[in-house]
Design a protein. Structure first.
Length: 163
């Protein structure tokens, strides 16, 4: 495998995905009692734990496999735009968990897994942004709906076949 093909943004996505992959299994929320430490990990929170794990780790795996040459991403799909959306959404969902503590009672502390998963998500999101920019994308274009539709073949797409 030729690691020289990996660019900085690829390493950020893959590294951030690896951090999220590992630290989602550790305690995100914990409470210390005289009988021991109890808590929940990222998989105990669906929208702010499992969904970001799937988005970020999936993007990291696809990035690694595509750059390593195991498979080629279809040219008709704006993969860097999709990777940008997936990593930023994943990092945002972990941040929401970090800030709002959904379903967590008072007196429960954040665990090391949540802190490190948040850092990994942010690193992956930065890699997604840099990868999008390296592919020729401009963040200002994300506010233009017509350009987004064009990236997915919206305006130039052929009509669906008659039923």
């Amino acid at each position: 495998m030729d690691f020289s093909k990996f660019k900085t943004h690829d390493w950020l996505v893959v590294g951030g995905g690896a951090v999220v992959l590992i630290f989602t299994f550790l305690k995100w929320w914990k409470v210390d009692t005289p009988f021991g430490s109890y808590g929940s990990n990222g998989f105990d929170h669906f929208f702010t734990g499992i969904v970001p794990w799937i988005l970020i780790v999936g993007t990291a795996v696809l990035t690694f496999l595509a750059v390593a040459g195991v498979f080629k991403l279809p040219a008709t799909i704006p993969s860097q735009l999709i990777f940008l959306a997936a990593t930023v959404l994943g990092a945002l969902l972990i941040l929401i968990n970090f800030l709002t503590s959904p379903g967590i009672p008072d007196g429960v502390d954040r665990g090391v897994g949540l802190f490190l998963s948040l850092i990994g998500g942010i690193v992956a999101a930065v890699g997604g942004v840099l990868g999008f920019q390296a592919s020729g994308g401009d963040l200002k274009d994300l506010t233009d709906v017509n350009k987004l539709k064009g990236a997915f073949g919206g305006d130039d797409a052929p009509p669906p076949p008659p039923a």
